[in-house]
Design a protein. Structure first.
Ligand code: ZN
Length: 270
């Protein structure tokens, strides 16, 4: 059994401010690196106990150098650094039994803590007309490689997104978002227990199916301002629908996923 983990940081228990998830936050950031690593370790431990033979962990937050290698459970291999062609999903491929999304956050415009979609330049985003955040975008990429997402963790808003999109997925709610910058959180010790139990239950389920990846796949991105949209629309084969909206249609979802990341990178530079 091969298990893939994509680990973000905003959805880690206790996190409620950008300073806690950015290196410029100093000591506070270092504390949350430890807490993020501990959450990942709980899932590695649980996956190995359930029979996993290979566990890949992809550091999927910001510069993707957050997890503490020296503290990582020795049963897993760590993918870190950026740029990576598949970004938050680097290392995913056919043959993985299951994927887990840890420390994830809700999509841009939702009431989740630190809710966003890749960047603050994105107001909202759709794939083939359906609203998506990072959870959905990455679950579709797992689906493209025929890998089901079996567990996610984060706040209650992220949990709602996951249940709506992925049905029977195991959801571990580590905190309640009170607003964009405030949470009521479980303690890290309790979260560790919940993650251990969650991954055990998740890997027992036999009926979870990969999310079908559409082909062709159209991504529609509404940016926060026209300057961002103008910069994004430099990407060949993109179309600008109006002042703030850019659309791209790929022949398959992998192409669309890479195009959307390129559109956002261009927008950030503009
Ligand atoms: Zn993040």
């Amino acid at each position: 059994m091969r298990v893939y983990i994509s680990a973000d940081m905003e959805g880690v228990a206790g996190v409620c401010a950008w300073q806690q998830v950015e290196a410029s936050g100093g000591g506070e950031y270092i504390r949350y690196q430890r807490l993020m690593t501990a959450e990942v370790n709980a899932v590695i431990q649980g996956a190995l106990k359930a029979g996993a033979t290979t566990v890949y962990v992809n550091d999927a937050h910001g510069g993707m150098r957050n997890l503490l290698a020296e503290n990582l459970h020795p049963g897993a291999q760590l993918i870190s650094g950026t740029p990576k062609k598949l970004g938050m999903m680097e290392g995913i491929e056919r043959g993985f039994t299951a994927a887990c999304f840890l420390g994830y956050h809700a999509r841009a415009g939702s009431p989740g803590v630190l809710a966003h979609t890749y960047s603050d330049v994105v107001h909202r985003l759709q794939v083939n007309g359906q609203e998506m955040g990072e959870l959905g975008l990455n679950a579709l990429l797992a689906g493209y490689f025929s890998v089901p997402v079996v567990m996610v963790s984060g706040d209650q808003v992220l949990a709602g997104e996951a249940r709506k999109l992925l049905g029977e997925v195991e959801v571990v709610i580590v905190k309640e978002a009170l607003n964009y910058h405030a949470v009521r959180s479980l303690s890290p010790r309790q979260v560790k227990e919940k993650l251990l139990q969650g991954i055990a239950r998740a890997l027992e389920k036999k009926n979870l199916k990969p999310l079908p990846a559409p082909a062709p796949a159209t991504v529609t991105i509404v940016f926060n301002d026209p300057a961002r949209a103008a910069a994004a629309a430099i990407l060949p084969r993109s179309r600008r629908l109006n002042a703030v909206t850019v659309v791209y249609t790929g022949t398959d979802y992998l192409e669309t996923y890479q195009a959307l990341r390129s559109l956002i990178a261009l927008a950030k530079s503009g």
